[in-house]
Design a protein around this ligand. Structure first.
Ligand SMILES: [Fe+2]
Length: 159
């Protein structure tokens, strides 16, 4: 086993960076979904949701940067082209979504996919002894689970 300069297994770190790149790509698609519904939302809930979606994409943008910088910290290159993002897509693409329920469901469906990728990274980072990535995933998962609960509550559903 060879260790890199931050003391992590080189091979496992490379694999983790690849998974983080998948997360980065899907986070970008999530951000773009949020932008779309922030712009296109219509109806009586407009004022609430327009602001809420902006709050969510502002937060998601910060997380995109954190993920990219973690990838760099692990010695890899973050994906940065739309072409690469669409190739890695797991998050559903929301086009012309203007109805409030459909918009909130798009958030839930996007987060469900992000959570799957994050749990995979959580497990792999634990196995690789990568505390930095592990703690980041742990925080993301906790926050996003809470957002799913809130969105589901808005929909009148349970998680
Ligand atoms: Fe705006």
């Amino acid at each position: 086993m060879t260790l890199n300069s931050i003391g992590l297994d080189t091979k496992k770190t490379k694999e983790l960076a690849d998974e983080l790149n998948k997360l980065l790509a899907n986070f970008q698609l999530y951000c773009q979904n949020l932008r779309g519904i922030h712009w296109n939302i219509k109806g009586r809930a407009f004022f609430d949701l327009h602001v809420k979606f902006e709050e969510l994409y502002t937060d998601a943008n910060l997380k995109v940067d954190e993920i990219a910088e973690r990838i760099l910290t692990l010695g890899a290159t973050p994906l940065h082209t739309f072409e690469d993002y669409t190739k890695a897509a797991k998050v559903p693409v929301g086009k012309n979504v203007s109805k409030d329920e459909k918009a909130v469901k798009l958030i839930v469906d996007s987060l469900t996919e992000l959570l799957k990728i994050e749990r995979k990274i959580l497990e792999a980072s634990e196995e690789a002894n990568d505390e930095g990535t592990n703690a980041m995933m742990s925080d993301f998962i906790t926050e996003q689970e809470k957002t799913v609960w809130m969105m589901k509550a808005w929909l009148g559903e349970t998680v």
